[in-house]
Design a protein around this ligand. Structure first.
Ligand code: PLP
Length: 376
Protein backbone atom coordinates (compact mmCIF):
# COMPACT_ATOMS: atom_id res chain seq x y z
CA UNK A 1 0.00 0.00 0.00
CA UNK A 2 1.45 3.39 -0.94
CA UNK A 3 1.63 6.29 1.46
CA UNK A 4 -1.03 8.98 1.17
CA UNK A 5 -0.20 11.82 -1.21
CA UNK A 6 1.24 14.59 0.91
CA UNK A 7 -0.57 17.88 0.29
CA UNK A 8 0.32 19.62 3.54
CA UNK A 9 3.53 21.40 2.63
CA UNK A 10 2.42 24.59 4.40
CA UNK A 11 2.51 22.61 7.64
CA UNK A 12 6.00 21.33 6.91
CA UNK A 13 8.07 20.03 4.01
CA UNK A 14 10.13 16.85 3.74
CA UNK A 15 13.83 17.46 4.30
CA UNK A 16 15.39 17.82 0.85
CA UNK A 17 17.87 14.97 0.16
CA UNK A 18 20.64 17.47 -0.71
CA UNK A 19 19.96 19.31 2.53
CA UNK A 20 20.04 16.05 4.47
CA UNK A 21 23.43 15.22 2.95
CA UNK A 22 24.83 18.66 3.81
CA UNK A 23 23.50 18.30 7.36
CA UNK A 24 24.97 14.81 7.74
CA UNK A 25 28.38 16.13 6.71
CA UNK A 26 27.98 19.01 9.18
CA UNK A 27 27.29 16.61 12.06
CA UNK A 28 30.96 15.80 11.90
CA UNK A 29 31.88 19.46 12.40
CA UNK A 30 31.74 19.21 16.17
CA UNK A 31 33.77 22.24 17.22
CA UNK A 32 32.20 25.14 19.05
CA UNK A 33 32.11 28.13 16.68
CA UNK A 34 33.29 30.34 19.55
CA UNK A 35 36.48 28.31 20.13
CA UNK A 36 39.69 29.88 18.89
CA UNK A 37 41.31 26.61 17.68
CA UNK A 38 41.00 24.90 14.34
CA UNK A 39 37.90 22.87 15.31
CA UNK A 40 36.12 26.05 16.34
CA UNK A 41 37.23 27.89 13.23
CA UNK A 42 35.89 25.08 11.01
CA UNK A 43 32.48 25.30 12.71
CA UNK A 44 32.51 29.09 12.50
CA UNK A 45 33.28 28.89 8.78
CA UNK A 46 30.33 26.51 8.25
CA UNK A 47 28.01 28.93 10.06
CA UNK A 48 29.41 31.85 8.05
CA UNK A 49 28.78 30.04 4.78
CA UNK A 50 25.19 29.30 5.79
CA UNK A 51 24.72 32.93 6.80
CA UNK A 52 25.87 34.04 3.36
CA UNK A 53 23.52 31.55 1.69
CA UNK A 54 20.52 32.73 3.70
CA UNK A 55 21.48 36.35 3.05
CA UNK A 56 21.64 35.64 -0.71
CA UNK A 57 18.12 34.19 -0.67
CA UNK A 58 16.68 37.44 0.68
CA UNK A 59 19.27 39.78 -0.91
CA UNK A 60 20.54 40.96 2.47
CA UNK A 61 24.08 41.18 3.74
CA UNK A 62 25.28 38.25 5.88
CA UNK A 63 25.71 40.45 8.96
CA UNK A 64 21.97 41.09 8.89
CA UNK A 65 21.05 37.41 9.38
CA UNK A 66 20.46 36.08 12.91
CA UNK A 67 19.96 32.32 13.25
CA UNK A 68 17.16 31.24 15.55
CA UNK A 69 15.43 28.05 16.62
CA UNK A 70 12.65 28.57 14.06
CA UNK A 71 10.05 31.08 12.98
CA UNK A 72 8.28 31.28 16.33
CA UNK A 73 11.50 32.37 17.95
CA UNK A 74 12.33 34.79 15.14
CA UNK A 75 8.86 36.37 15.41
CA UNK A 76 9.21 36.73 19.19
CA UNK A 77 12.66 38.28 18.82
CA UNK A 78 11.43 40.70 16.17
CA UNK A 79 8.29 41.82 17.97
CA UNK A 80 9.29 41.76 21.60
CA UNK A 81 12.87 42.75 20.82
CA UNK A 82 11.87 45.80 18.76
CA UNK A 83 9.18 46.78 21.27
CA UNK A 84 11.64 46.69 24.17
CA UNK A 85 14.24 48.60 22.18
CA UNK A 86 11.78 51.29 21.03
CA UNK A 87 9.60 51.61 24.16
CA UNK A 88 10.98 55.05 25.01
CA UNK A 89 9.75 56.35 21.64
CA UNK A 90 6.27 54.87 21.70
CA UNK A 91 4.22 51.87 22.71
CA UNK A 92 1.80 51.27 19.85
CA UNK A 93 2.04 48.35 17.41
CA UNK A 94 -0.03 47.66 14.31
CA UNK A 95 -0.62 44.10 13.14
CA UNK A 96 -3.39 42.18 11.35
CA UNK A 97 -6.19 39.82 12.37
CA UNK A 98 -4.74 36.99 10.24
CA UNK A 99 -1.32 36.60 11.84
CA UNK A 100 0.15 33.26 12.84
CA UNK A 101 -0.07 32.68 16.61
CA UNK A 102 3.70 33.22 16.86
CA UNK A 103 3.08 36.87 15.92
CA UNK A 104 -0.36 37.25 17.50
CA UNK A 105 0.76 35.91 20.89
CA UNK A 106 3.80 38.19 21.37
CA UNK A 107 1.60 41.13 20.32
CA UNK A 108 -1.00 40.04 22.84
CA UNK A 109 1.70 39.63 25.49
CA UNK A 110 2.89 43.17 24.80
CA UNK A 111 -0.69 44.44 25.11
CA UNK A 112 -0.65 43.09 28.68
CA UNK A 113 2.68 44.76 29.41
CA UNK A 114 2.13 48.42 28.68
CA UNK A 115 1.80 48.43 24.88
CA UNK A 116 -1.28 48.96 22.73
CA UNK A 117 -1.90 46.79 19.68
CA UNK A 118 -4.21 47.54 16.76
CA UNK A 119 -5.10 44.52 14.58
CA UNK A 120 -6.25 45.54 11.09
CA UNK A 121 -8.82 43.41 9.22
CA UNK A 122 -8.62 41.88 5.74
CA UNK A 123 -10.77 42.08 2.63
CA UNK A 124 -12.62 39.14 1.03
CA UNK A 125 -9.43 37.93 -0.70
CA UNK A 126 -7.42 38.02 2.49
CA UNK A 127 -5.56 41.21 1.68
CA UNK A 128 -4.77 43.73 4.38
CA UNK A 129 -5.82 47.09 2.88
CA UNK A 130 -2.78 49.35 2.88
CA UNK A 131 -5.01 52.31 3.68
CA UNK A 132 -6.33 50.53 6.78
CA UNK A 133 -2.75 50.11 8.00
CA UNK A 134 -2.07 53.80 7.31
CA UNK A 135 -5.25 54.78 9.16
CA UNK A 136 -4.23 52.71 12.19
CA UNK A 137 -0.94 54.57 12.66
CA UNK A 138 -0.58 56.95 15.60
CA UNK A 139 2.16 59.32 16.71
CA UNK A 140 3.35 56.65 19.15
CA UNK A 141 3.36 53.75 16.66
CA UNK A 142 6.75 52.05 16.67
CA UNK A 143 6.22 48.94 14.57
CA UNK A 144 4.01 47.28 11.98
CA UNK A 145 4.06 43.47 11.89
CA UNK A 146 2.16 41.92 9.01
CA UNK A 147 2.38 38.40 7.59
CA UNK A 148 3.88 38.16 4.09
CA UNK A 149 2.20 35.04 2.69
CA UNK A 150 -0.64 33.45 4.60
CA UNK A 151 -0.21 29.89 5.81
CA UNK A 152 -3.89 28.96 5.47
CA UNK A 153 -5.23 30.93 2.53
CA UNK A 154 -2.02 31.81 0.69
CA UNK A 155 -2.81 35.50 0.23
CA UNK A 156 0.30 37.63 -0.24
CA UNK A 157 0.34 41.08 1.31
CA UNK A 158 1.64 44.26 -0.30
CA UNK A 159 4.47 44.60 2.20
CA UNK A 160 6.36 47.09 -0.01
CA UNK A 161 3.45 49.56 0.11
CA UNK A 162 3.06 49.11 3.86
CA UNK A 163 6.77 49.54 4.60
CA UNK A 164 6.92 52.66 2.40
CA UNK A 165 4.33 54.33 4.64
CA UNK A 166 6.08 53.10 7.77
CA UNK A 167 9.49 54.30 6.71
CA UNK A 168 8.28 57.85 6.03
CA UNK A 169 7.17 57.97 9.67
CA UNK A 170 10.19 56.26 11.23
CA UNK A 171 8.17 53.14 12.05
CA UNK A 172 9.74 49.66 11.80
CA UNK A 173 8.21 47.02 9.54
CA UNK A 174 8.42 43.33 10.37
CA UNK A 175 7.05 40.61 8.14
CA UNK A 176 6.60 36.93 8.90
CA UNK A 177 7.81 35.35 5.66
CA UNK A 178 7.83 31.79 7.00
CA UNK A 179 5.63 30.63 4.12
CA UNK A 180 7.30 32.63 1.35
CA UNK A 181 10.78 31.15 0.92
CA UNK A 182 11.05 28.87 -2.07
CA UNK A 183 7.58 29.85 -3.30
CA UNK A 184 7.80 33.56 -4.15
CA UNK A 185 10.66 36.09 -4.45
CA UNK A 186 11.84 37.45 -1.16
CA UNK A 187 14.17 40.45 -1.51
CA UNK A 188 14.32 42.59 1.60
CA UNK A 189 15.10 45.74 -0.38
CA UNK A 190 12.04 45.25 -2.59
CA UNK A 191 9.89 44.57 0.46
CA UNK A 192 11.45 47.50 2.31
CA UNK A 193 11.27 45.69 5.65
CA UNK A 194 13.47 46.09 8.72
CA UNK A 195 12.80 42.63 10.12
CA UNK A 196 11.85 39.42 8.29
CA UNK A 197 11.24 35.92 9.62
CA UNK A 198 12.24 32.66 7.92
CA UNK A 199 11.44 29.05 8.89
CA UNK A 200 13.72 26.26 7.64
CA UNK A 201 11.18 23.45 7.67
CA UNK A 202 8.87 25.24 5.27
CA UNK A 203 11.45 24.96 2.49
CA UNK A 204 13.34 21.72 2.79
CA UNK A 205 15.42 22.18 5.96
CA UNK A 206 14.56 20.41 9.22
CA UNK A 207 12.37 21.79 11.98
CA UNK A 208 13.81 23.88 14.79
CA UNK A 209 15.94 26.25 12.74
CA UNK A 210 15.06 29.61 11.24
CA UNK A 211 16.41 33.10 10.86
CA UNK A 212 15.54 36.69 11.49
CA UNK A 213 16.72 39.32 9.05
CA UNK A 214 17.60 42.47 10.98
CA UNK A 215 18.30 45.48 8.78
CA UNK A 216 21.57 47.11 9.76
CA UNK A 217 20.89 49.79 12.38
CA UNK A 218 17.49 48.43 13.49
CA UNK A 219 17.00 48.84 17.25
CA UNK A 220 16.51 45.38 18.71
CA UNK A 221 16.87 44.02 22.25
CA UNK A 222 17.47 40.30 22.88
CA UNK A 223 14.64 38.21 24.25
CA UNK A 224 16.96 35.47 25.50
CA UNK A 225 20.00 36.68 27.39
CA UNK A 226 23.25 34.80 27.74
CA UNK A 227 26.57 34.86 25.94
CA UNK A 228 27.32 36.88 22.83
CA UNK A 229 26.44 34.52 19.96
CA UNK A 230 24.48 35.97 17.03
CA UNK A 231 25.57 39.47 18.07
CA UNK A 232 24.01 38.84 21.49
CA UNK A 233 20.56 38.74 19.91
CA UNK A 234 20.24 34.97 20.09
CA UNK A 235 22.71 33.69 22.64
CA UNK A 236 23.48 29.99 22.97
CA UNK A 237 25.95 27.72 21.17
CA UNK A 238 24.98 27.56 17.52
CA UNK A 239 23.18 24.48 16.18
CA UNK A 240 25.77 24.06 13.44
CA UNK A 241 24.24 21.12 11.50
CA UNK A 242 20.78 22.72 11.45
CA UNK A 243 22.23 26.08 10.42
CA UNK A 244 24.21 24.38 7.62
CA UNK A 245 20.97 22.69 6.53
CA UNK A 246 19.15 26.03 6.48
CA UNK A 247 21.94 27.52 4.37
CA UNK A 248 21.80 24.67 1.87
CA UNK A 249 17.99 24.89 1.69
CA UNK A 250 18.28 28.63 1.04
CA UNK A 251 20.85 28.04 -1.70
CA UNK A 252 18.60 25.49 -3.39
CA UNK A 253 15.47 27.63 -3.00
CA UNK A 254 17.15 30.54 -4.71
CA UNK A 255 18.34 28.44 -7.67
CA UNK A 256 15.09 26.55 -8.04
CA UNK A 257 12.52 29.30 -7.57
CA UNK A 258 12.19 30.34 -11.26
CA UNK A 259 11.22 26.77 -12.21
CA UNK A 260 9.45 25.71 -9.03
CA UNK A 261 6.95 28.56 -8.76
CA UNK A 262 5.33 28.16 -12.23
CA UNK A 263 5.28 24.37 -11.85
CA UNK A 264 3.58 24.58 -8.46
CA UNK A 265 1.04 27.05 -9.83
CA UNK A 266 0.21 24.87 -12.85
CA UNK A 267 -0.30 21.79 -10.65
CA UNK A 268 -2.29 23.72 -8.07
CA UNK A 269 -4.54 25.06 -10.83
CA UNK A 270 -4.96 21.55 -12.27
CA UNK A 271 -6.12 20.35 -8.86
CA UNK A 272 -8.56 23.21 -8.64
CA UNK A 273 -9.89 22.46 -12.16
CA UNK A 274 -10.36 18.77 -11.43
CA UNK A 275 -12.32 19.50 -8.26
CA UNK A 276 -14.42 22.22 -9.92
CA UNK A 277 -15.25 19.97 -12.91
CA UNK A 278 -16.58 17.21 -10.67
CA UNK A 279 -18.13 19.05 -7.75
CA UNK A 280 -20.67 21.79 -8.41
CA UNK A 281 -20.34 24.58 -5.89
CA UNK A 282 -16.73 24.15 -4.73
CA UNK A 283 -15.39 27.60 -3.92
CA UNK A 284 -11.81 28.80 -3.64
CA UNK A 285 -11.03 30.83 -0.53
CA UNK A 286 -8.58 33.70 -0.39
CA UNK A 287 -6.93 34.93 -3.55
CA UNK A 288 -7.70 32.32 -6.25
CA UNK A 289 -5.43 33.71 -8.95
CA UNK A 290 -2.71 35.48 -6.98
CA UNK A 291 -1.31 34.28 -3.71
CA UNK A 292 1.13 31.49 -2.97
CA UNK A 293 1.50 29.29 -6.05
CA UNK A 294 1.35 26.06 -4.00
CA UNK A 295 -1.73 26.77 -1.88
CA UNK A 296 -5.35 25.90 -2.60
CA UNK A 297 -7.83 26.65 0.16
CA UNK A 298 -11.12 25.32 -1.12
CA UNK A 299 -14.57 24.76 0.37
CA UNK A 300 -16.52 21.62 -0.49
CA UNK A 301 -20.31 22.03 -0.41
CA UNK A 302 -22.44 20.13 2.07
CA UNK A 303 -19.62 18.42 3.99
CA UNK A 304 -17.20 19.29 6.77
CA UNK A 305 -13.60 19.60 5.56
CA UNK A 306 -12.54 17.54 8.56
CA UNK A 307 -14.85 14.66 7.57
CA UNK A 308 -13.73 14.82 3.95
CA UNK A 309 -10.08 14.51 4.97
CA UNK A 310 -10.88 11.67 7.37
CA UNK A 311 -12.75 9.84 4.60
CA UNK A 312 -9.85 10.22 2.16
CA UNK A 313 -6.97 9.87 4.60
CA UNK A 314 -5.61 6.68 3.08
CA UNK A 315 -5.06 8.58 -0.17
CA UNK A 316 -4.44 12.20 0.81
CA UNK A 317 -2.74 13.91 3.76
CA UNK A 318 -3.87 17.53 4.09
CA UNK A 319 -5.40 19.75 6.74
CA UNK A 320 -8.43 21.96 7.19
CA UNK A 321 -6.21 24.94 7.92
CA UNK A 322 -8.79 26.40 10.25
CA UNK A 323 -6.57 26.90 13.28
CA UNK A 324 -8.26 28.54 16.23
CA UNK A 325 -6.73 31.69 17.51
CA UNK A 326 -6.77 32.10 21.21
CA UNK A 327 -6.76 35.87 21.49
CA UNK A 328 -9.65 38.20 21.03
CA UNK A 329 -7.95 40.39 18.42
CA UNK A 330 -7.38 37.31 16.30
CA UNK A 331 -9.89 35.38 14.23
CA UNK A 332 -9.92 32.26 12.23
CA UNK A 333 -8.53 33.42 8.87
CA UNK A 334 -11.61 32.20 7.02
CA UNK A 335 -13.91 34.09 9.38
CA UNK A 336 -11.75 37.18 8.82
CA UNK A 337 -12.51 36.87 5.07
CA UNK A 338 -16.20 37.16 5.95
CA UNK A 339 -17.04 33.61 4.79
CA UNK A 340 -20.28 31.97 5.93
CA UNK A 341 -20.11 29.27 8.63
CA UNK A 342 -21.10 26.68 5.98
CA UNK A 343 -18.25 27.70 3.69
CA UNK A 344 -15.79 27.65 6.58
CA UNK A 345 -17.00 24.20 7.63
CA UNK A 346 -16.30 22.78 4.18
CA UNK A 347 -12.81 24.29 3.83
CA UNK A 348 -9.70 22.22 3.19
CA UNK A 349 -6.17 23.50 2.67
CA UNK A 350 -4.28 21.62 -0.01
CA UNK A 351 -0.64 22.72 -0.20
CA UNK A 352 1.73 21.33 -2.81
CA UNK A 353 5.49 20.92 -2.74
CA UNK A 354 8.28 20.57 -5.28
CA UNK A 355 7.91 16.80 -5.32
CA UNK A 356 4.14 16.84 -6.04
CA UNK A 357 3.65 15.30 -9.48
CA UNK A 358 0.82 15.63 -11.99
CA UNK A 359 -0.03 11.98 -11.23
CA UNK A 360 -0.26 12.88 -7.51
CA UNK A 361 -2.68 15.67 -8.38
CA UNK A 362 -4.87 13.40 -10.51
CA UNK A 363 -4.96 10.74 -7.78
CA UNK A 364 -5.56 13.20 -4.97
CA UNK A 365 -8.35 14.90 -6.90
CA UNK A 366 -10.01 11.56 -7.64
CA UNK A 367 -9.79 10.53 -3.97
CA UNK A 368 -11.25 13.82 -2.72
CA UNK A 369 -14.05 13.64 -5.29
CA UNK A 370 -14.85 10.05 -4.26
CA UNK A 371 -14.88 10.99 -0.58
CA UNK A 372 -17.11 14.01 -1.28
CA UNK A 373 -19.57 11.89 -3.28
CA UNK A 374 -19.80 9.42 -0.38
CA UNK A 375 -20.43 12.11 2.20
CA UNK A 376 -22.50 14.74 0.43
N1 PLP B 1 4.67 31.79 10.82
C1 PLP B 1 3.97 31.17 9.87
C2 PLP B 1 3.29 31.96 8.81
C3 PLP B 1 3.88 29.76 9.86
O1 PLP B 1 3.17 29.15 8.91
C4 PLP B 1 4.54 29.04 10.87
C5 PLP B 1 4.46 27.56 10.91
O2 PLP B 1 3.42 26.97 11.01
C6 PLP B 1 5.25 29.74 11.86
C7 PLP B 1 5.30 31.12 11.79
C8 PLP B 1 5.93 29.06 13.01
O3 PLP B 1 6.95 28.21 12.62
P1 PLP B 1 7.66 27.27 13.69
O4 PLP B 1 6.56 26.43 14.28
O5 PLP B 1 8.60 26.48 12.88
O6 PLP B 1 8.31 28.11 14.71
Amino acid sequence: MRSPIYLDHNATTPVDPQVARAMARALKIFGNPSSAHTYGRTALAAVAQARAQVAALIQASPAEVIFTGGATEANNLAIRGAAFAMAARGRHIVTSVVEHPSVAAPCHWLSEHGFTVTAVGVDARGHIPVQAVADALRPDTIMISVIHAHNEIGSVQDIAAISAIARRRGILTHTDAAQSAGKIPLAVEDLGVDLLTLAGHKFGAPKGVGALYVRSGTPLAPVLVGAGQERGLRPGTENVPAIVALGEAARLALIRLPKTAPRLRARRDLLRRRLAEAIPGVAVNGDPDGGLPNTLNISFPGVAGRDLLAASERDVAASTGSACHAHSSQQDALAALGLSPERRRGAVRLSLGRSTTVADIEEAAAALIRAWAELA
